[in-house]
Design a protein around this ligand. Structure first.
Ligand SMILES: Cc1cc2nc3c(=O)[nH]c(=O)nc-3n(C[C@H](O)[C@H](O)[C@H](O)COP(=O)(O)OP(=O)(O)OC[C@H]3O[C@@H](n4cnc5c(N)ncnc54)[C@H](O)[C@@H]3O)c2cc1C
Length: 236
């Protein structure tokens, strides 16, 4: 196939997500048993009214009960290396040991290179050369786990990724920030978009961290928000 485009699908979300979060929130403030709260849960508007207050105040354990699963394809190994740094996510990734590449190798071209036809062509030529060499190794009986040593960061991969809602918000806060690399920022955007399509109330939480903090805490600020120092100076 050669150059590929990222694909993200939300493949699991609890159907009764609001009931579960509502029960978790209300359990903290009610004399009733959690099961009674769950069984007597009010309409969505009332549930959301409590949930919004509790989550906005940072009482995040209440949303750890919600597990989400995404099918992610056509991302680079560079991206997956960044993604697996998130320790509260669970991953099942396509193995380069057990899955032997055949013919052309799928890869992700960074946007800035793809935008330049001459450099894009050089990138494609280089990947074709890598594929040819990989093929030669495997045809000579070298196992995929050793032949993969020559595969670059751009090589496409796919994963099933699960995480709870608290971790998704944390991930969004970090990886929607313009300081994050474009490819993982795109992944974060697509994951958030898929969740917001089903749960629009989460849009205010699935934002870059500056929107949550009210200032930018990055060393190199993109200018979207005032820096922490500017905000503190304004208060002095
Ligand atoms: C723009 C950007 C640039 C980066 N550049 C680099 C880089 O140059 N080099 C590099 O190595 N990494 C880099 N990283 C990765 C970064 O250091 C984190 O490893 C990654 O973002 C995961 O964040 P996290 O630890 O907050 O998330 P998670 O692992 O998802 O953890 C979520 C939260 O749980 C808590 N937590 C989890 N584990 C522990 C623990 N063991 N102890 C205490 N608290 C814990 C923390 O509060 C943490 O914020 C970069 C990340 C970003 C967003």
């Amino acid at each position: 196939m050669g150059a590929v485009e990222i694909k993200v699908d939300l493949i699991h979300k609890p159907q009764n997500l609001l009931d579960v979060i509502y029960t978790a929130c209300k359990t903290c403030y009610s004399a009733k048993l959690p099961k009674e709260i769950f069984d007597e849960a009010p309409d969505d508007e009332k549930k959301l009214s409590l949930i919004s207050k509790v989550v906005s105040s940072g009482h995040y354990s209440t949303i750890e009960h919600i597990q989400l699963t995404f099918a992610v394809s056509n991302v680079s190994r560079a991206l997956t290396h960044q993604l697996v740094r998130h320790r509260h996510m669970s991953f099942s990734q396509k193995s380069q040991r057990y899955v032997k590449e055949k013919g052309e190798i799928d890869y992700v071209i960074p946007q800035k290179i793809a935008a330049n036809p001459e450099l894009n062509k050089k990138f494609e030529d280089f990947m074709a050369l890598v594929a040819k060499q990989y093929q030669e190794f495997t045809e000579a009986g070298i196992p995929a786990e050793d032949a993969r040593a020559i595969l670059p960061n751009a090589t496409a991969s796919s994963l099933t990724v699960s995480l709870n809602l608290r971790e998704l918000i944390h991930f969004a806060n970090l990886r929607l920030c313009t300081r994050a690399q474009l490819e993982i920022r795109t992944l974060a955007k697509l994951m958030c978009k898929a969740v917001i399509a089903e749960e629009p109330w989460l849009a205010v939480h699935l934002v870059p961290k500056c929107e949550r903090l009210g200032y930018c805490d990055e060393d190199k600020c993109c200018g979207r928000m005032k820096t922490k120092e500017e905000v503190l100076a304004g208060k002095a």
